[in-house]
Design a protein around this ligand. Sequence first.
Ligand SMILES: Cc1cc2nc3c(=O)[nH]c(=O)nc-3n(C[C@H](O)[C@H](O)[C@H](O)COP(=O)(O)OP(=O)(O)OC[C@H]3O[C@@H](n4cnc5c(N)ncnc54)[C@H](O)[C@@H]3O)c2cc1C
Length: 548
Amino acid sequence: MASLFLLILALFTFQFQIGVLISSQTIPNQDDSYIKFIQNANTLPTTEKYDYIIIGGGTAGCPLAATLSSNFSVLVLERGSDPNAFPMVLSQEGMANTLTDDDNGHNPFQRFISEDGVENIRGRVLGGGSMINVGFYSRAQPEFFKNSSVQWDMAMVEEAYRWIEETVVSRPELGPWQLAFKEALVEAGVGPDNGYDLNHVVGTRIGGSIFDSRGKRHGAVELLNKANPINLKVATQATVKRIIFSQSNGLSATGVLYSDSNGKLHKATISKNGEIILSAGAIGSPQLLLSSGVGPKSHLSSLKLPLVLHNRHVGQSMADNPRFGATVVLPFLTRPTSVQVVGTLKPNIHIESLSTILPFSISPPFALLPPRSSGVNLSLAIFAGKFSTVSSTGSLRLDRRKNPIVRFNYLSHPDDLERCVEGVRKVGELVNTKVMERIKTRDLEGKMGFEFLGRSLPENMSDYGLVGEFCRKTVTTFWHYHGGCLVGKVVDGNYKVIGINNLRVVDGSTFSLSPGTNPMAAVMMLGRYVGLKMLHQRLGQRSKPFGN
Ligand SMILES: Cc1cc2nc3c(=O)[nH]c(=O)nc-3n(C[C@H](O)[C@H](O)[C@H](O)COP(=O)(O)OP(=O)(O)OC[C@H]3O[C@@H](n4cnc5c(N)ncnc54)[C@H](O)[C@@H]3O)c2cc1C
């Protein structure tokens, strides 16, 4: 599994090198003026008071902080560092190199392996997952809004998306591989061809990217540039240990305890009518609720953690979207391309692809090869599938280590296996289109076929058992894990923690299904949306977000 993960990262490295040349810039240059808000937690007082404290300066936390700062004082507590400390994460070329580093406790990412044995990563840097991800941007599907137990104001959703897109999203221009892939999708019946569309639609389309034409990343951190400068403070290397509660006026969150990089504890509290918002991600938010005493009574007592509120749903319904597909060695060298095109089938099964070059170096004394042969380049085409609704769920629990224990139970539900089988069959149809004839190779007997890297696609796609077996044997992560603090179970329709005053959760942990082909757009939108709602609820008509 480790080598497969490294291979995928290597593939992304090469994809990014050329991606720079092929996307058109539609947004201004990278803007790091957010630096003025950042202070290392070491330099902060040991006690402070704010209107709002946001735990986690990630994909949802940054837009939320910028929005609330328009009228109120906001403290963001982020355990990671300023992304400028890791220039590699700021560009397409460098990102994957950074990801292949060992986890030394200070990298912009943290590795974890689920109990399923699948390697995974989470963001540990200001900007969160949006600073280490692949950058594909696509809005959520209608079912996400319909099935989320939230009364969405769709005009405000649209406003929130636009606020994000004007700052961080570019339209890519397709390279030869993406053009061929798009043609193959349409030929395989994944129609209609919708052209460029950030919305989730059935058929084939080109999506957005947070990498601009020069390969510069525009992560959630740049949304902080929209904040009201007099109201925002962002503390980096500030790891929140637990939330502080009071029983004096009903159970209420009143502050947080966080440690700086020297291990010194700081206390931050909220003023009257203030709130604490957990935006620590699908692993971090349930983890922090549990370590603060909110969760299943039996689990907390087994760890001798004092119970604040019993809620059996905290840390439950954890899901990760399995990635399925195949990798084909191409019979010619082709320019690497990033993911720019998506094919969406009716039941929310999505197929993306990228082409890449995998170089192998040859050691000089290797006598079989001509003298001075230095290396061989392999061109690869990767077909990667995902389905948005995952029926197989697992859970998260604490064991006092840095990372909690997570199990996703990939493909354990028969519906998921069915979705995977359907997706793999579609990949089979795709590779058998006329367009893809070009990537077949002829063997010595003249037979045409594909040169698969790793496991071949099943020969007999009508054999459900065979295709299901392929799914189980090749399952890995699409990095879109979610759940742990679901709406209706842990938070209400306003993202307030059920049974506790002044505490919300706003991030991917509240999702019961993955938003569309890729979740980042919906996570950013959620941060802005909940921020706007909070301002409107608190200020009514007086609410005029700063800079808008
Ligand atoms: C490798 C990879 C590739 C991906 N590719 C794509 C893609 O191309 N397109 C797409 O749409 N999505 C992609 N995703 C998914 C997407 O990036 C995530 O779903 C999204 O970023 C999650 O946002 P979040 O706000 O829920 O959490 P995060 O962005 O992870 O934010 C949580 C923040 O909280 C901080 N934190 C956690 N605990 C604490 C604590 N105790 N104290 C202080 N701070 C804390 C973390 O350091 C982090 O910065 C990818 C993800 C990965 C990992």
